[in-house]
Structures are given as structure tokens and as C-alpha cells.
Ligand binder design. Structure first.
Ligand SMILES: Nc1nc2c(ncn2[C@@H]2O[C@H](COP(=O)(O)OP(=O)(O)OP(=O)(O)O)[C@@H](O)[C@H]2O)c(=O)[nH]1
Length: 464
């Protein structure tokens, strides 16, 4: 993910400062070099990198750390503040009636983002509508309609029309019951004159409150020109960065934000309509720096709990940390995690975990799909209570019996036991991580419903 590297390399450098109360000039040089290296390899524009690293250096040299502040925390705070400053606030999107226009190159993720954003607004109690004006790409209409259906929002498009401007005009009229209108536009391979002319005409008719540029996180240096051209033609107020769940570097998107003097509105983190996050600079950067993003985590846990329909007391994250881990727990936790979203993304949000532990985990440990869970449930129904409580005692003859009883293959039973072992190991790693007390405190706060934007987690800021 974007600048992942910055988080891990910077943590390594900062860890060397542990125990120091003062920073030497060499310490600062080393940190600044590390930041420059990471940002440049993430495709961030050179002049931006220089500006950022100069600021950090100047402040670290000139500012006096408050009494009693360890050098590491002092520097981390400066880096954090400068990154917040660079990325800026998230694009202002009031929770009220409005029209949003989406622009971007082909395949950047506009259609997907339109549905995701509509879904997001609907969770805030508004009534959104997606208007699809892409007459260029065959299949765009069906895709948009299907996604709007999944997001359970209003939709307008006209597969028989070849006039996007007319569709936009009609769409606004036809969806007048909605309060948030999201207008999706066609993309092209490259910015061509006819695309620019078309989007300018649509912009004229739609008269959007906000125009967002949708950018694939994988875009590199090309982001600068693209952002500039869209900005000149329709004026860009904010950027949606998509496909952050992939391996993309994402630096180009930061360059685009800087180029258009705009900000980030949303982040796309998967192909489903729910895979979207409203951009929160503080949380995003905390996550980048490996400090976790507690408010996002709390929100996901809350949502997962609603979906899993579990009483709060049924789910005891502390058990997970204590290592009292049975097959019954695994089933419950797989269900909860499945609802929270991909485990690797959830892990990014937990302070202190970052890339390190994640990289050591086998791929399968992250695979908690619905299908697997169903098979596991069937298998577990053929186990005795004692076997579920102490799976380590299950041997070859039991495996044979369980497979027969559940109508599955022995291989699948072994897979379940393998998954159990991996998850048990993962829980042990959670235990060994950072300050256990702090982790437990966080888990307790999450249980007490600290969600809803992290209100209850006030004391748990990145430096808390
Ligand atoms: N993994 C992942 N895939 C995404 C994300 N956003 C979009 N995609 C995928 O990227 C591909 C292109 O997305 P679209 O939404 O069709 O892109 P578009 O910009 O509307 O494309 P055009 O209509 O051709 O301009 C699709 O396969 C999407 O499923 C994301 O955040 N993560």
C-alpha cells in the first residue's frame, strides 16, 4: 500500500533512537534520508519530497523537545505533523444535498467508486443516486446498475442513448427524490480532446458542488499531467485513490493532490461496495507510520458486531489475547473477522503490528472466506465437544471418523486443523506484541463501543 515502506523503514530508524533523550545531527540526517528514500521509491514527486524532508530537518534541529519527551517521540511527532500538513485535510463533503462529478482515466475505478461513495452516504442517513453517463465503454451501464443495486441506492442510466450530456440532464431530473447525486463519466485510455470537451459539457449541465478526480493508486509520475489537465478543464476539488488494497505505491496520488492544490476525499480498498473509507488524514498517517488507526478499527469492529449479530459479551477479544483459544472461538472469530474485512487490512489498523508480523504469516492465515467457513462449520458439527475444546488431541482415526460423519474429505478436516494452528499462532503473536496492557486496554475500549469515529478512544491517539 502507499508508502508502506515509509512506515517500516522509518520505524527501524526510529527504534534506534529508543532510550535517547537528545538527537544528534547525524540522527536527524539518517531519518531524513530514510524518509526521502521511501517517498521517492513510492513515486512521490521529487520537489515534494525535498520540501517535506527540509521541513522535518529544520524543525528537528531547531525545535526544543518538551522536557521529558524521548527523542524518538519528538521526531515521530514532527514527521507525523509534516505528513498531515502535506496531505492536508480530507475534501470537505457536507452531509447534505449535493452533486458530485467523477472524472478520471479509463479503469481508474470511477464506476466502482461512484457506487461505493453512494453506499457511504447512505450509511450517513442520506439518499444517494448514481447517474451513469458512460456511453463509451460497453458494459459500463450494466456494471453501474449492478453495483448501485448492491449498494441499495437509486440509479439512472440509459443504455440506448449515445449522448452523455443528455443522460446527465435526464438523470438529475429522474432522481430528484435523492439528495446526493453522484455523476459517473466515461474514461479513455489517455486524456483526449473529445473527452475533455465532453466532460466540460457534462460539468456545465450538472453544475457540481464537488468534482473529484479518481486515480488508481498505481499511477506514478503520470499523475501530475493528468491532474493538471482535469484541473484546468473542470477544476478538481478532491481526489479518490482506488486500489489501495493492491501492491501499488500510491505516491503519484499524493503528487496529484499537491498539483491540484486539492485534498483526498475517499480511499478505495477493494472491489466490494463497502470497501471504501472516508479519508481521515490523522488516521491514515498514523497507519502509515505503523501507529495504527484506532478509529477505523473501532468502526469496523462495531460494524462487524452488528453484522455478526453477536451480543458484545459473546465476543471477548481478551480471550484471543490470553491464548485460551478453541475451535469454537476460531469459528466465532472467523465470522467476526470476515465481517470486518480482510485480516491484513485490519492488522494495519492495530498499533504496533504494521508490516512486520503480517509478513511472517502464511497467506492462508488471512483467508477467512464465507465458503471456507461453511465447510468448517459442517466439519465441526461432526466433532465432539471435547475435540472442539482441545483440537490438538485429534489424531488420524478421529480425522477419518469426522470426515465420514460430515461427508467431507479427510484433507478438508486436516485443512481446518491447520487453519486452527495458524490462527492460534497468530493469537500468540498478538500477545507478544508491544505492550500487552495497552493492547488489552484498547480491546476493552473497543468492546465498550468506542466506535462511531473513535469517540471513545480519545485517550488513545498516536502518542497516547
Ligand atoms: N482491488 C480493487 N479493485 C478496484 C478498486 N476500485 C475499482 N477496482 C476494480 O478496477 C476495475 C476498474 O474499475 P471501474 O470502476 O470499472 O473503472 P472505471 O474508471 O469506471 O472504468 P471506465 O468506465 O472504463 O472508465 C474493476 O475491475 C474494479 O473492480 C479497489 O479499490 N480495489
Amino acid at each position: 500500500m502507499v508508502l508502506d515502506d515509509l512506515g517500516s523503514s522509518l520505524r527501524g530508524t526510529l527504534d534506534k533512537l529508543r532510550g535517547k533523550s537528545r538527537l544528534s545531527e547525524e540522527d536527524i540526517e539518517e531519518i531524513v534520508k530514510e524518509i526521502q528514500r521511501s517517498l521517492l521509491s513510492a513515486d512521490v514527486d521529487v520537489s515534494l519530497v525535498m520540501e517535506l524532508s527540509d521541513n522535518i530537518k529544520e524543525r528537528a534541529l531547531e525545535e526544543e523537545p518538551p522536557a521529558g519527551t524521548p527523542a524518538r517521540d519528538f521526531v515521530l511527532r514532527i514527521v507525523y505533523e509534516e505528513l498531515v500538513d502535506l496531505i492536508g485535510d480530507s475534501t470537505e463533503l457536507p452531509l447534505e444535498e449535493q452533486t458530485i462529478l467523477l472524472a478520471g482515466l479509463q479503469g481508474s475505478g470511477k464506476t466502482t467508486s461512484a457506487a461505493k461513495m453512494a453506499w457511504w452516504f447512505s450509511t450517513k442517513g442520506l439518499r444517494p443516486a448514481v447517474i451513469q453517463t458512460d456511453t463509451f465503454r460497453p458494459g459500463a451501464y450494466d456494471q453501474a446498475e449492478e453495483m448501485a443495486e448492491r449498494a441499495e441506492v437509486d440509479f439512472y442510466g440509459d443504455p440506448d442513448s449515445e449522448d452523455p450530456v443528455e443522460i446527465a440532464r435526464e438523470g438529475l431530473e429522474e432522481t430528484s427524490d435523492a439528495d446526493v447525486h453522484i455523476v459517473d463519466t466515461a474514461g479513455r485510455h489517455a486524456l483526449e480532446d473529445d473527452l475533455i470537451a465532453e466532460i466540460e459539457e457534462i460539468e456545465d449541465v450538472v453544475d457540481p458542488d464537488t468534482s473529484l478526480l479518481v486515480l488508481d493508486a498505481a499511477i506514478g509520475q503520470g499523475a501530475k499531467d493528468q491532474a493538471q489537465q482535469f484541473d484546468e478543464s473542470i477544476g478538481i476539488d478532491g481526489v479518490v485513490i482506488t486500489k489501495l488494497d493492491g501492491t501499488a505505491k500510491g505516491g503519484g496520488a499524493l503528487t496529484a493532490v499537491d498539483q491540484t492544490d486539492s485534498s483526498i476525499a475517499f480511499l478505495g480498498t477493494g472491489e466490494e461496495v463497502q470497501d471504501v473509507e472516508r479519508f481521515e488524514p490523522d488516521g491514515f498517517i498514523s497507519r502509515l507510520l505503523g501507529m495504527g488507526d484506532l478509529s477505523q478499527l473501532a468502526e469496523r469492529v462495531e460494524r462487524a458486531m452488528e453484522q455478526t449479530d453477536m451480543e458484545e459479551e459473546d465476543w471477548d477479544p481478551e480471550d484471543m489475547l490470553q491464548g485460551q483459544f478453541t475451535l469454537n472461538d476460531m469459528q466465532k472469530q472467523m465470522e467476526a473477522m470476515n465481517n470486518m474485512g480482510p485480516l491484513d487490512q485490519v492488522m494495519d489498523m492495530i498499533p504496533g503490528i504494521g508490516g512486520g508480523i503480517k509478513d511472517q504469516l502464511p497467506e492462508d492465515a488471512m483467508d477467512v472466506t464465507q465458503e471456507r467457513m461453511q465447510t468448517f462449520t459442517v466439519i465441526m458439527d461432526s466433532m465432539t465437544e471435547a475435540e472442539k475444546e482441545y483440537p490438538k488431541a485429534i489424531g488420524a482415526s478421529q480425522i477419518q471418523r469426522i470426515a465420514r460423519g460430515s461427508g467431507t474429505e479427510e484433507e478438508q478436516v486436516r485443512e481446518l486443523l491447520q487453519q486452527y494452528k495458524m490462527m492460534e499462532r497468530t493469537m500468540k503473536q498478538f500477545q507478544g506484541m508491544g505492550s500487552e496492557q495497552e493492547m488489552q486496554r484498547m480491546m476493552q475500549q473497543m468492546q465498550q463501543g468506542g466506535g462511531g469515529g473513535g469517540g471513545g478512544m480519545g485517550g488513545m491517539g498516536p502518542f497516547g
